[in-house]
Design a protein around this ligand. Structure first.
Ligand SMILES: *[C@@H]1O[C@H](CO)[C@@H](O)[C@H](O)[C@H]1NC(C)=O
Ligand SMILES: *[C@@H]1O[C@H](CO)[C@@H](O)[C@H](O)[C@H]1NC(C)=O
Length: 336
C-alpha cells in the first residue's frame, strides 16, 4: 500500500516538473516568448515564464487559441512589468504569427517608437499600447494590418499628425489617442471611416483648426475631442438619426449654434463647457431619457433653459457663465 502511494506521488512529481507530457504551448511560440522576455531584461514580473511550464496555461499575460489555431499564442498582455530601466517594445513581438490581441500597458519604462515588425501580425485585431513613454509618430506601416479593430495609444508621448490613412482599415471600430502630443488638424478623410466605426477619442492633444465637414457622415457612439485647440463648427457631429451616446467637446474654441443641432435619442452625456457655443438649448433635451450628464457652462448660450425631462436635475453650475441663459436651475428669466 505504501509503495502504491509512493509510486503515485512519484508520478505526480514527474507530471508537475515535466509539463512536456501535457504541455499545449507551441514550441516556436515559446521560443519567441523567451526572446521577448530577454529583450525586456528578464524582469521578475515575468518569472512565471519558465522552460518547465506551459505558456498556454501557466504564464502571466499569455493565452492561446483553442479553436481556429490550437495552442498558438493569441493574446499577449504585458501589464505593469515594473521594468527597472527603459526598454524598447520587443521586436520579437512580430514573430507570434497568430497574435490577435496585444496590450502593453502601465509601463513607464517602455520607450522608443512602435516597431515595424508588428506588421507581420496579420491577424492582429486589438492593439493597446497605453500608459507608457513611447514617442514618435503614429507609423504609416500600421495601415498594412487590415485586421485592426481597436487601436488604443492613450497616455503616451506620441506626436506628429493624425494619420489620414486610418479610414483605410476596413474593420476599425475604435481609436483612442487621448493624452498625447498629437498636433495639426483632423483630416478630411476621417469622414470616410467604415459604418462600424464608433469611438473617436482624441482628447488632450494639440489639435488645431476647424473640423472637416465630412465628419457629418460619421455615426459615432462616443466622441471625445476635449482639451484641444479646435475651433469653428462642430454641429456636424450631431444628428437626430445618430446613435451617439457621449459627446465631449469641452475646452476648445468651438463656435456654432446649438439651437440648430439634432440630438441623438441615445444621448447620455453632453459635455460642451469652455467653448464659444451660441444660440439656445434645444427643446429636445427634455425628451432624452438616458441623459445623465450635461455641462454647457462657459459658453455664449442664451434664452430659457427648457423645462422638463432631466434638465432641472443638473446643478446650476453646469449652466453657469453663459451669455444669458436663464430659468431653473438658474435664476428665472425676469426680463422675458
Ligand atoms: C514617463 O517617464 C517619466 C520619467 O522619465 C515618468 O515620470 C512618467 O510617469 C512616465 N510616463 C508614463 C505615462 O508612465
Ligand atoms: C474625454 O476626455 C477627458 C479629458 O481627457 C476625460 O476627462 C474624459 O473622461 C474623456 N471621456 C469621456 C467619455 O468624456
Amino acid at each position: 500500500m505504501s509503495r502504491l502511494i509512493s509510486i503515485s506521488i512519484l508520478i505526480l512529481i514527474v507530471l508537475s516538473v515535466s509539463p512536456a507530457l501535457s504541455e499545449l504551448c507551441n514550441p516556436e511560440d515559446k521560443q519567441v516568448l523567451f526572446q521577448i522576455k530577454k529583450e525586456l531584461g528578464n524582469p521578475s514580473s515575468l518569472s512565471s515564464w519558465l522552460p518547465s511550464t506551459d505558456c498556454c496555461n501557466d504564464w502571466v499575460g499569455v493565452s492561446c487559441s483553442f479553436q481556429t489555431h490550437p495552442n498558438r499564442v493569441k493574446n499577449l498582455q504585458l501589464y505593469n512589468l515594473n521594468l527597472p530601466k527603459p526598454y524598447l517594445i520587443p521586436l520579437s513581438i512580430g514573430n507570434l504569427p497568430y497574435l490577435e490581441f496585444i496590450a502593453i500597458t502601465n509601463n513607464p519604462n517602455i520607450v522608443g517608437t512602435i516597431p515595424p515588425t508588428i506588421t507581420k501580425l496579420t491577424k492582429l485585431r486589438d492593439l493597446y499600447i497605453r500608459d507608457t513613454n513611447i514617442s514618435g509618430h503614429i507609423p504609416h506601416f500600421l495601415s498594412q494590418i487590415k485586421t485592426l479593430r481597436f487601436i488604443d495609444f492613450s497616455n503616451n508621448k506620441l506626436s506628429g499628425n493624425l494619420p489620414s490613412w486610418l479610414p483605410s482599415l476596413p474593420n476599425l471600430y475604435a481609436i483612442s489617442f487621448e493624452n498625447n502630443r498629437i498636433s495639426g488638424t483632423i483630416p478630411a478623410s476621417f469622414g470616410s471611416f467604415s459604418k462600424s466605426f464608433a469611438l473617436m477619442m482624441l482628447s488632450n492633444n494639440r489639435l488645431t483648426g476647424k473640423l472637416p465637414a465630412t465628419l457629418a457622415k460619421l455615426n459615432l457612439k462616443i466622441v471625445n475631442l476635449s482639451q484641444n485647440k479646435l475651433e469653428g463648427d462642430a454641429s456636424m457631429l450631431f444628428g437626430s438619426w445618430k446613435r451617439t451616446e457621449n459627446i465631449n467637446l469641452a475646452n476648445n474654441m468651438f463656435a456654432f449654434d446649438l439651437g440648430k443641432v439634432g440630438l441623438s435619442k441615445m444621448l447620455e452625456s453632453l459635455h460642451l463647457s469652455h467653448n464659444r457655443i451660441y444660440g439656445i438649448l434645444p427643446k429636445e433635451l427634455t425628451s432624452l431619457k438616458s441623459l445623465i450628464w450635461l455641462d454647457v457652462s462657459y459658453n455664449n448660450l442664451c434664452g430659457q433653459i427648457p423645462q422638463g425631462g432631466k434638465l432641472q436635475t443638473f446643478d446650476a453650475s453646469f449652466y453657469a457663465h453663459n451669455k444669458c441663459l436663464c430659468g431653473s436651475p438658474l435664476p428665472s428669466c425676469k426680463h422675458f
